[in-house]
Write a protein that binds this ligand. Sequence first.
Ligand SMILES: Cc1cc2nc3c(=O)[nH]c(=O)nc-3n(C[C@H](O)[C@H](O)[C@H](O)COP(=O)(O)OP(=O)(O)OC[C@H]3O[C@@H](n4cnc5c(N)ncnc54)[C@H](O)[C@@H]3O)c2cc1C
Ligand code: FES
Length: 260
Amino acid sequence: MKKLIDTLQVIDNKRLNKEFFVLLLQSDKQLPEILPGQFVQVKVEGSPRTFLRRPISVYDVDYSQQSISLLIKIAGDGTRQLSKLIPGEKLNIIYPLGNSFSKPSDNRLLLIGGGTGVAPLLFLGKYLRKQYNIVPEFLLGYRSKDLAIELEKFEEIGKTYITTEDGSLGHKGFVIHHPILFDEKKEINMIYTCGPEVMMKEVAKYANNKNIACEVSLENLMGCGIGACLCCVVDTIDNGNVNTCTEGPIFNTKQLKWQI
Ligand SMILES: Cc1cc2nc3c(=O)[nH]c(=O)nc-3n(C[C@H](O)[C@H](O)[C@H](O)COP(=O)(O)OP(=O)(O)OC[C@H]3O[C@@H](n4cnc5c(N)ncnc54)[C@H](O)[C@@H]3O)c2cc1C
Ligand code: FES
């Protein structure tokens, strides 16, 4: 798939809470096809310490408006600078990068996300409905209620289960503790997950024990995003060390050398 370097206009910058914001960007050209799980490499202007582009998953795409949304958490200088963008300003991105989540073999799907890991899952959920008429279910985990973002967007797509670490919303605990995972009547045939690595490893272990196929979206540190710097490698069963930015970020957990 061809990669583009494009300068998009900031249409909106919506602050959701103290940590998260959503950037809405519009291109003056026809957008290329963008698949769920793919990401963009954002050039951060005005932040001398942010030399390298920053990888951010695609949160939503509207081809009728030529627009892309990014859900971003302020983690350091680069993302803080992005949080200050105002409508009318420009943002340079390289996209669409990486591979995408695979097509499911049936409709018993659970999409499990934590923190910013919910971003690619919203896009995946919308895509599954539109492309395959599949209604997925979500299991989303947050530290507390005030960090649970844009839940209505997930609920519009499919049933959404919530956990919070402090119990201020939904089930108290981590996603891996939610009762839906222990409901013997619940059939799950495929899990797609994105979030902190420790969470994804727990989800992978659960899926492995239950013999459920599981795909993860890895958020390894990245430099170039296009396979040149080798700073994002991950060890795989079949092919040894591969670049997460080009061979991933989506991997079937059976491909990864994870102790699960
Ligand atoms: C494929 C991919 C998709 C991503 N999608 C999103 C997304 O949709 N929304 C979002 O908010 N973030 C996403 N990230 C993480 C995001 O790229 C980092 O948070 C960002 O680069 C931090 O830049 P910074 O300059 O603000 O912080 P820095 O000053 O570079 O770092 C601040 C802190 O964040 C940590 N950090 C930096 N990069 C990462 C990373 N890749 N994963 C975890 N911790 C990191 C650093 O170790 C440091 O502790 C994604 C990362 C990858 C690889
Ligand atoms: S980020 Fe440079 S090779 Fe992957």
